[in-house]
Ligand binder design. Structure first.
Ligand code: ZN
Length: 134
């Protein structure tokens, strides 16, 4: 697979409204989009850091995986997303060949018009890893 860069960092927060002023007013980053992803039970907010984005993730339901992450003391970085140039489906096939545990067997639609798939942290040195393409 061909990874060109980190596409975004996913950061879990209990409240985007509470977290956003730090990123915009203190760090001076540009907030450009908010989007609810119903099937993942999250509200997302995107900020630009040059070519890379920060994706703030707020749970929209108590059974959201983000809520579970927060409840387990996991405030902060939730996942790292890599931009794949030669297709997420292709990258998944290669990961599977290497014995990597896949959370998504096939690419699906994510926030901000991306095709995404997650790799299980048990196979990726503890980091929930997202592969994505535009
Ligand atoms: Zn993400």
């Amino acid at each position: 697979m061909k990874i060109s860069r980190i596409e975004h960092l996913g950061i879990a927060v209990q409240s985007i409204a509470d977290a956003l002023p730090y990123y915009t007013d203190v760090l001076g980053l540009e907030f450009y989009k908010e989007e609810v992803v119903e099937d993942q039970k999250v509200k997302t907010a995107f900020l630009k850091v040059g070519e890379v984005k920060i994706e703030l993730l707020e749970p929209t339901s108590p059974d959201s995986t983000i809520q579970k992450f927060l409840d387990n003391g996991g405030r902060g970085i939730h996942h790292v997303a890599f931009k794949v140039e030669d297709g997420v489906a292709n990258a998944l096939a290669q990961c599977e060949e290497h014995g990597i545990r896949l959370i998504d067997k096939a690419p699906r639609c994510g926030a901000d018009n991306l095709k995404i798939a997650f790799l299980h942290p048990k196979s990726t040195c503890g980091i929930l890893t997202e592969l994505c393409e535009e």
